[in-house]
Design a binder for this molecule. Structure first.
Ligand code: NAD
Ligand code: TYD
Length: 365
């Protein structure tokens, strides 16, 4: 029975992974280590916080001694490493935090794992799974084949460069020291608990308030959208049957231009306002509340510097070797995600109006 350390488990994908894992493996010990930066949210872990198998530790992945202590004292044999600075726009305006957390932080995790597992021999077998991104492969032209595991690295933003550096360190710790690592490079995730600075949740929250929907450049940039539940299943398959030292790409198999994606989301919103009569009074500023169309809020704005044109993932390897298949279609996933934001208004309001930050200040600082 694995005993897991999940870093970044209070963030978007990490929290979804914690719920996924504990639903399927309720008796496994699972410790979340998270620094609770602006992107970490304890409310994401509320449903599991009182389970005996679960423990939350507030701490920094750069605190190597803390990580060593957790691995040793809890007899942990599996690390699932999500913790990172994750937003490209933030990396453009302030790259330092990305180097500190994504590069130095990952190295700190690897050093701790090596010390405890390889030198201390605390457990008979171990696994260090590193969660990375397709952005390390750079940008594709319209007719280029999708990224596969042997596509050369060509990161373009400080974010993707920091993730690329962390991937190389993970690889090096396997080759040099024999650490049993796996890495997954996945495409753009979406789903519950997604911080409203990323495209999909930002558009949902803005359209509900009748605020403009900013589309960078011409809106023709393409992303491969992966529902977070499919991503979590992919990681579970890698932890169970993935081969140490290997890299697996995980994608949703759905490419969409940003403009098309936002237009689809607008149609989902318009339909929801027609079907759910209370929405008009809950969100009176949304155009759909007055019989209008949310797509009327779309505005083209200045492009992101260095904006990658297209990402697409070839997930043939994880499909062939581990039986992975993305199960959630983009249209159904967008509908489900939109409904999650409607049902969890308290969650995004707390994140956005600063009340959650104030609560953390009182309880955790
Ligand atoms: P997120 O920003 O929502 O969450 C990151 C979490 O890490 C937060 O809980 C934060 O508090 C924590 N954290 C940050 N710095 C820390 C530190 N120094 N010590 C401990 N905890 C720290 O990110 P996410 O979207 O959930 O992404 C998770 C992982 O998946 C990241 O490694 C990211 O690069 C990768 N990824 C994300 C996407 C995506 O679409 N969101 C796509 C590909 C890969
Ligand atoms: P984002 O969610 O930031 O993910 P990433 O940059 O990691 O792919 O952005 C997804 C796409 O949406 C990307 O092409 C940038 C674009 N975008 C906008 O057009 N407007 C926005 O307000 C945001 C946040 C993103």
């Amino acid at each position: 029975m694995p005993r897991l350390l999940v870093t970044g488990g209070a963030g978007f994908i990490g929290a979804n992974f914690v719920h996924h894992w504990l639903e399927r493996h309720p008796d496994d010990r699972l410790i979340v280590l998270d620094a609770l930066t602006y992107a970490g949210n304890l409310a994401n872990l509320e449903p599991v916080k009182d389970r005996s198998a679960f423990r939350f530790v507030r701490g920094d992945i750069r605190d190597t001694a803390l990580v060593e202590e957790l691995l040793r004292e809890e007899g942990l044999d599996t690390v699932v490493h999500f913790a990172a600075e994750s937003h490209v726009d933030r990396s453009i305006h302030g790259p330092d935090a990305f180097i500190e957390t994504n590069v130095q932080g990952t190295h700190s995790m690897l050093k701790a794992a090596r010390k405890v597992w390889l030198e201390g021999r605390t457990v008979p077998s171990h696994r260090f799974h590193h969660v990375s991104t397709d952005e390390v492969y750079g940008s594709l032209a319209p007719d280029d084949p999708a990224f596969h595991e042997r596509t050369p690295y060509a990161p373009n933003s400080p974010y993707s460069a920091s993730k690329a550096a962390s991937d190389h360190l993970v690889r090096a710790y396997h080759h040099t020291y024999g650490l049993a690592v796996t890495t997954s490079n996945c495409s753009n995730n979406y789903g519950p608990f997604h911080f409203p600075e990323k495209l999909i949740p930002l558009m949902i929250v803005n359209l509900l308030h009748g605020k403009e929907l900013p589309i960078y450049g011409d809106g023709r940039n393409v992303r491969d959208w992966l529902h977070v539940s499919d991503h979590c299943r992919g990681i579970e398959l890698i932890l169970q049957d993935g081969r140490p030292g290997e890299v697996y790409n995980i994608g949703g198999g759905v490419e969409s231009e940003n403009l098309t994606l936002v237009e689809t989301l607008c149609r989902v919103a318009d339909a929801a306002f027609t079907e759910q009569k209370d929405l008009g009074s809950r969100f009176p500023d949304c155009p759909a509340a007055r019989g209008g169309k949310a797509s009327g809020l779309i505005r083209f704005v200045k492009d992101r510097p260095g904006h990658d044109r297209r990402y697409a993932i070839d997930c043939g390897k994880i499909e062939r070797e581990l039986g992975y298949r993305a199960a959630v279609t983009l249209e159904a996933g967008l509908r489900e995600t939109f409904n999650w934001y409607l049902a969890n208004e308290w969650w995004w309001r707390a994140v956005m109006d600063g009340s959650y930050e104030r609560w953390i200040d009182t309880h955790y600082r």
